[in-house]
Design a protein around this ligand. Structure first.
Ligand code: SAM
Length: 238
């Protein structure tokens, strides 16, 4: 039998989870996170089991904020944003960011547009497009490009890097498979002109091990990348 609680205690429990990890926040940010989690779970708070809320906050908020030590500012593109992670969370917590959430799926894009309106977020926009096309058209435009759970590292490097400014950073959220993926991505990194700057490994209290990969673009990517839609996935650079 699941335990249900009142709205107030669930709001507090979001704060408590963040505090447990030493994550700092301001009241308006937490209010937005609350609304977002409610949209994500698709049920009102007073009908949300603690267990589901806890897992949603860990997966979609703590996992994103925990490895970030620096303030992010400038322009950020979130590739394959799905329900908005990590891009939407970063937009809530870093007000100096201007964020574009990119996804090729109609369902995701509609969900994201609804959330942005409900949360009254002024620093976020949504684009429905394949990353291969978007990156080709919007070359060298973003200070950061992020992705989680979209593709293997070699594919991500090809579809994300062209949209990044020279000197900009790729921030990829990965699981423990990142070590193998890094080896596999050596050619893609060389071709697209990015180097590994840092890996921040971290663990959640749920026992999950995660890693934030930070890669830096040191030179413009050749015009031939990304290849046309689907090709980076079907024939990844190896
Ligand atoms: C598994 S979901 C991950 C969503 C989110 N990043 C997260 O971590 O919760 C992958 C998303 O990437 C999108 N996607 C995959 N390939 C893409 C591409 N080439 N261009 C744009 N979006 C893509 C899919 O439509 C899907 O919404």
């Amino acid at each position: 039998m699941l335990e249900f609680s009142s709205e107030v205690s669930l709001l507090d429990s979001v704060k408590n989870i963040l505090l447990e990890y030493g994550l700092r926040f301001q009241e308006p940010q937490i209010e937005k996170v609350d609304k977002y989690i409610e949209e994500l779970l698709g049920v009102p708070y007073n009908l949300t089991a603690h267990r589901d809320l806890d897992s949603a906050v860990h997966k979609n908020v703590v996992e994103i904020l925990l490895p970030l030590k620096e303030e992010l500012k400038g322009t950020l593109l979130d590739v394959g944003s799905g329900n908005g992670v990590p891009g939407l969370i970063l937009a809530i917590f870093f007000s100096k960011l201007k964020v574009v959430l990119l996804d090729s799926r109609e369902k995701s894009v509609n969900f994201l547009r609804g959330v942005i309106e409900k949360l009254d977020l002024e620093n976020v926009s949504v684009v429905k497009e394949r990353a291969e096309n978007f990156s080709k058209e919007r070359r060298e435009e973003f200070d950061y490009v992020t992705a989680r759970a979209v593709a293997r590292l070699n594919v991500l490097v090809e579809i994300c890097t062209p949209a990044l400014k020279t000197g900009g950073k790729l921030l990829f959220y990965k699981g423990p498979s990142y070590i193998e993926e890094l080896k596999e991505a050596q050619r893609a990194m060389k071709e697209l002109k990015v180097e590994l700057e840092k890996v921040r490994e971290y663990s959640l209290k749920t026992g999950e091990r995660r890693a934030l990969l930070i890669l830096r673009k040191y030179e413009s990517s050749p015009e031939k990348y990304p290849r046309r839609v689907g090709v980076p996935f079907k024939r990844p650079l190896l």
